[in-house]
Write a protein that binds this ligand. Structure first.
Ligand code: SAH
Length: 220
């Protein structure tokens, strides 16, 4: 067994144990916790084939490597670590709040269009997608499909997903943590991501920015 396979095995085992513990404790945490878990698994499942596909890319430029690492770590804490600690151990129970079932239902309902948008933006970006801000050899400027009028549809999808967390996890620390983490990532990252695209694609990107809005469609 190689080290990589061993690591993958350990991570999978931890993931299964954590998922099992979240399911086990659903009556304590409310049914929103099950939807939250399903959402996390769905995100991983949607991403997996695209992550595999982009592994073949030759990366030509990487931007803000340290800042990106910090932002991704904060995202992991806000969207996974704090919720898991709360749901599995109950250690943050002192900060719990309660919401009516319909509010949890609103959270669950928002996830449907959010995940459609998340999947659609991965399909349209194709090989040009990456977890961090970078350019690949032969990078194309995508301005069609969902990108025709929305410049950051993937981030729009992630905004929708993070706002559901406090509706699904009723805890003042573990709930809003995802919004704070992604808020930081969005407002810090977008300026240098757009600057990189402008430098690479020049007028074509500037004209595209005029036609598109960051998170919503300019014309319906
Ligand atoms: N901000 C976009 C993409 C997020 S993935 C969205 O929210 O949908 C981040 C990577 O996508 C960046 O590193 C950049 O290389 C690439 N990217 C962003 N916009 C792009 C576009 N219109 N065409 C091609 N690649 C793009």
């Amino acid at each position: 067994m190689t080290l990589n396979t061993a690591m993958r095995f350990v991570f999978t085992a931890i993931g299964v144990a954590v998922a099992g513990a979240v399911v086990w404790r659903w009556q304590t945490n409310g049914w929103g916790s099950l939807i939250w878990l399903a959402s996390l698994l769905l995100m991983a499942a949607i991403r997996a084939p695209f992550a595999k596909q982009t592994r073949e890319n030759t990366i030509t430029e990487k931007h803000q490597i340290i800042v990106e690492r910090v932002l991704l770590a904060i995202m992991a804490i806000g969207t996974s670590v704090l919720p898991v600690v709360h749901l599995v151990t109950g250690a943050l129970g002192f900060a719990n709040y309660s919401l009516p079932h319909w509010a949890t239902g609103v959270g669950a309902a928002i996830l449907a269009p959010a995940y459609w948008l998340f999947w659609r933006s991965h399909v349209d970006l194709g090989h040009n997608w990456s977890v961090t801000v970078e350019l690949r050899e032969g990078h194309d400027l995508v301005t069609s499909g969902i990108y025709k009028r929305i410049r950051h549809p993937m981030y729009a999808a992630i905004w929708l997903i993070v706002i559901t967390q406090p509706l699904l996890i009723h805890n003042w620390i573990a709930g809003p943590a995802a919004i704070i983490a992604f808020g930081l990532m969005y407002f810090i990252r977008v300026p240098y991501e757009e600057a990189m695209m402008r430098k690479q694609f020049g007028h074509a990107y500037e004209a595209y920015c005029e036609r598109s809005a960051p998170l919503w469609s300019k014309r319906l």
